[in-house]
Design a binder for this molecule. Structure first.
Ligand code: NI
Length: 231
């Protein structure tokens, strides 16, 4: 291939690896991934977000190793490609995986950009694979699992919102009351000035009655008098 052609191919590969263009990139998707959702596996989902993220890191690291290490040793599937636990062992682990992933991606890109490496010749320690094939494999694998991560997050956030909505609508009202009536009463009292409130309280007092302040210890006596008078 003419030099100019490989430069442009190398540039396309770099963009593909960076997930520029059609996709959101990994950091955007996982940097603020809600911590409580990182180890959660909602019904129907094959993996947790942590499993997908770690799997992406492990697979990329493996492909990078194969692409540049003449002493490459084949890994065991699935143990060397999937994490042991569904949830990250710590908050730090999530962050470290993102950083590790970024570093390996940078190194893969550097490998592709370096014109000392031929993109199309067979890797000496492989069985026919080329650097071009390995770069495409990384980009394809990352794009596939990144799509799963985005979907998983949207699904969990959707379910969370639905749960909160249901919880709100399940507030129990006493007989004759509903959300609308509560709102009307609240609005009424908020509008009232203090003066109006006093007038309204007084309106509940019968013309033949008087409201007065009575010391606490006299209350039983007063009640007795009222009871006597009524009987
Ligand atoms: Ni995979």
């Amino acid at each position: 291939m003419a030099k100019q052609e490989t430069l442009s191919l190398r540039k396309h590969l770099a963009d593909l690896l960076r997930m520029k263009g059609a996709h959101v990139n990994l950091v955007e998707t996982v940097a603020d991934f809600p911590a409580a959702m990182r180890g959660a596996k909602p019904e129907g989902a094959p993996h947790t977000a942590w499993q997908l993220l770690e799997h992406m890191r492990m697979a990329q690291e493996d492909i990078l190793d194969f692409s540049r290490n003449p002493k490459y040793r084949e890994k065991k599937f699935p143990d060397d490609y999937w994490p042991a636990s569904e949830a990250p062992p710590s908050e730090d682990a999530w962050e470290q995986t993102i950083q590790h992933f970024q570093k390996d991606l940078d190194e893969m890109q550097a490998l592709i950009a370096d014109t000392k490496h031929d993109l199309l010749s067979k890797l000496p320690h492989g069985t026919g694979q080329t650097l071009l094939r390995e770069a495409l494999l990384v980009a394809d694998h990352n794009a596939y699992h990144l799509g799963q991560l985005v979907f998983l997050r949207k699904m969990m956030e959707g379910r969370q919102a639905k749960k909160e909505e249901t919880a709100m609508s399940q507030v129990k009202f006493p007989d004759g009351w509903d959300e609308e009536k509560v709102q009307r009463v609240l609005a009424h009292f908020e509008k009232q000035t203090e003066e109006n409130a006093v007038l309204e309280d007084e309106a509940a007092v019968e013309p033949s009655e008087t409201v007065m302040n009575v010391p606490h210890d006299l209350v039983p006596k007063v009640r007795e008098l009222i009871a006597k008078r009524r009987s």
